[in-house]
Design a protein around this ligand. Structure first.
Ligand code: COA
Ligand code: AMP
Length: 631
């Protein structure tokens, strides 16, 4: 029997009491004066008056309480052939050394530090060192181009950037330093210092006076036995900023606070993931994404677990058995990844033959999130692995599960295609475009009644008005998730599609609006539309439709290649923008809005209705024709 209904009910009847109880799992410097202050911030703030330190809760308290020799992080890198285990005591030593170096370079509470690193343990060390100092980190995913990094530098004005000489992708080395130098060159707000981790696969030159060698400075600090006291911060002070795609090229700086974040993540580890302190937990994601922040670094460490930091891919490093090798070698009990990773594995090993080669006896649960988990993938994983496969739904903005199947409270029956039910803290509603509640089973806008629970973002960095406009204005009193879906009669949520122009490519969140801005910048492009079309492995891939300037008589193939290269250069390889086609006209409404939704349905071969507001229906036939030729 699941205690979910009882637990959710206890939250609903006394939200503050529920979260006050959960907050007891955290060591506070000074306990909060109020669990929730409805008058602070835009929609209220959690744990006001409390002071704390996230690094203390993630490391020091475990070292003090008997976990010093337990592995905290296991770095496993099939792409380089390296592995290294850091116990809690060793990780604390590393964090102290780096925090001391950062302090020497002038980093203090509230300063911003950008971390632009591949999946190496030093990325987690850097995050924790910032947390220790009360500095605010902003991790930027390695697959973004210099221009994207520059936008983030300009927005958060970091005093320091911590980076590495290179990242490693299958078949190629990604030189980070030229990207970093270019980004700093492009940005108006230059960091004073950079710390560069030289990797043996490809080192880089350092600029005198600005760039410093991460390894030698931290080694000196370590040898000197440097320690830095944890700096107490307000529970409501920012721990980090994580930029995520919005509807324009300007990304949104999602702010995460210290107190509420710790409370929510700590609660989630047992209730949602059914993980106890001391167990091995693996989120196969990247520290550049929210899943990496929450479930590679913070939640497992706050809970006293061993976390795997994996530098590799589900396939090709070296094969589709790599996940099973990691699980068996390190005794992983729960794996959390994106469905696309499983589609990739299934594509290369449809019979799951690699699975049988490893001892997976400790492995208990597979969690999926980041995109819709298609029933085929879930069935395949259940069948081949013989463990529960649990979909859950969340967003960068929330930082933890909105809807899931709380395994630690007792598993609820799985309904394929549904991430199950709302977690405590989330009062979910489905509204029509006029803001009226819809009955069970009817598709509409999924919203959360304010306030959002602890751990969710209180605002956007430097952009409070954008926060209100983008998330709170359309449905007063509610947070707009920008996902469409429905709640069935049993209270199960079904997440069907985004209501904005965000697409999900291989579990990566991307803005088609941002891509359109880049494509429209090509000299021969007069107008364009980018849509996400269904892809068997990646879920969706972007596809661009270009109208060329009148009189442009260049080869279309040449222009397409240039446009594809431009998106890679300006946004980065992660955009996976590899398909563009030239069209004569774009379908629009009479008021001039491009009918992207209808184009997408045509491209996906789905049923579609002629929009009543369409200006010229013939254009849709032209689009169908171009798509047919492309196939
Ligand atoms: N640094 C530099 N480049 C990167 C990168 C990084 N950190 N991550 C991805 N890229 C590049 C890839 O090399 C690829 O480049 P290419 O066009 O030269 O081939 C491009 O960005 C697109 O990457 P991706 O969409 O990830 O495709 P892929 O074919 O390389 O890998 C998967 C496909 C499914 C194996 C991979 O996307 C994956 O493991 N996804 C899991 C998703 C995930 O972790 N999501 C986080 C939320 S849980
Ligand atoms: P991100 O902010 O990158 O985590 O992306 C969040 C978006 O991914 C959500 O708004 C959804 O559109 C989608 N998403 C994440 N998890 C799921 C899921 N389990 N089912 C369906 N969509 C999901």
């Amino acid at each position: 029997m699941s205690s979910y209904a009882e637990v959710y009910g206890s939250w609903k009847s006394d939200p503050e009491g529920f979260w006050a109880q959960a907050a007891k799992e955290i060591d506070w410097v000074t306990p909060p004066q109020k669990t929730f202050d409805a008058h602070a911030g835009v929609y209220g703030r959690w744990y006001t008056g409390g002071t704390c330190n996230t690094c203390y809760n993630a490391l020091d308290r475990h070292v003090e309480n008997g976990r010093a020799d337990q592995p905290a992080i296991i770095y496993d890198s099939p792409i380089t052939g390296n592995q290294k285990t850091y116990t809690y005591a060793e990780l604390l030593t590393e964090v102290n050394a780096l925090a001391s170096v950062m302090q020497d370079k002038g980093i203090t509470k509230g300063d911003r530090v950008i971390i632009y690193m591949p999946m190496v343990a030093e990325a987690a060390v850097s995050m924790l060192a910032c947390a220790r100092l009360g500095a605010v980190h902003s991790v930027v995913f390695g697959g973004f181009a210099a221009a994207e990094l520059a936008t983030r530098i300009d927005d958060c004005a970091p005093k320091m950037i911590i980076s590495a000489s290179c990242g490693i992708e299958p078949g190629r080395i990604v030189a980070y330093k030229p990207l970093l130098d270019e980004a700093i060159e492009l940005s108006a707000s230059k960091p004073e210092t950079t710390l560069i981790l030289q990797r043996e696969q490809q080192t880089c030159d350092l600029i005198e006076g600005r760039d410093f060698d991460y390894a030698s400075l931290t080694a000196a600090a370590r040898e000197a036995g440097a320690t830095v006291d944890c700096v107490p911060v307000e529970a409501t002070d920012p721990l980090y900023i994580l930029y995520t795609s919005g509807t324009t090229g300007q990304p949104k700086g999602v702010v995460r606070d210290n107190g509420g974040h710790m409370v929510a993540l700590k609660w989630s580890m047992k209730a949602i993931y059914d993980i106890d302190p001391g167990m091995v937990y693996w989120a196969a994601s990247d520290v550049g994404w929210v899943v990496g922040h929450s479930y590679i670094v913070y939640a497992p460490l706050l809970h006293g677990c061993t976390s795997i930091l994996f530098e590799g891919k589900p396939v090709g490093t070296p094969d589709a058995g790599t996940f099973w090798r990691v699980i068996s070698e390190h005794g992983v009990e729960a794996l959390f990844t994106a469905p696309t990773a499983f589609r990739a594995i299934k594509g290369q090993d449809p019979k799951g033959e690699f699975i049988g080669k490893y001892d997976l006896s400790k492995f208990r649960i597979l969690f999926l999130a980041g995109e819709r988990a298609d029933p085929d993938t879930i069935h395949w994983a259940e069948d081949k692995l013989g463990v529960p496969v649990i979909d859950h739904w969340w967003q960068t903005e929330t930082g933890w599960t909105i809807a899931g199947n709380p395994m630690g409270l007792g598993q609820l029956p799985v309904k394929y295609g549904s991430p199950t039910v709302p977690m405590p803290g989330y009062d979910m509603q489905v509204l029509n475009d006029e803001g009226e509640p819809l009955p069970a089973g009817e598709l509409g806008n999924i919203v959360v009644k304010l306030p959002l629970p602890p751990g969710c973002f209180p605002t956007l960095w430097n952009a409070e008005e954008r926060f209100k406009d983008a998330y709170l204005a359309e449905f007063p009193g509610y947070y707009k998730t920008a996902d469409a879906g429905y709640i069935d009669e049993d209270g199960y949520l079904f997440i069907m599609a985004r209501t904005d122009d965000i697409i999900n490519v291989a579990g990566h969140r991307l803005s088609t609006g941002g891509m359109e801005e880049v494509v429209a910048g090509h000299k021969d492009v007069a107008e364009c539309a980018v849509i996400g079309v269904a892809d068997e492995m990646k879920g969706q891939i972007p596809c661009g439709f270009l109208i060329l300037n009148a009189g442009c008589n260049r080869e279309h193939d040449e222009i397409k290649k240039e446009v594809i290269a431009l998106v890679r250069e300006k946004i980065g390889p992660v955009a996976a923008f590899k398909s563009a086609m030239v069209v004569q006209r774009l379908p629009k409404t009479r008021s001039g809005k491009i009918l992207r939704g209808t184009m997408q349905k045509i491209a996906d071969g789905m049923e579609w209705k002629m929009p009543a507001t369409i200006d010229d229906p013939a254009i849709l036939d032209e689009i169908s024709e171009v798509l047919k030729q492309q196939k």
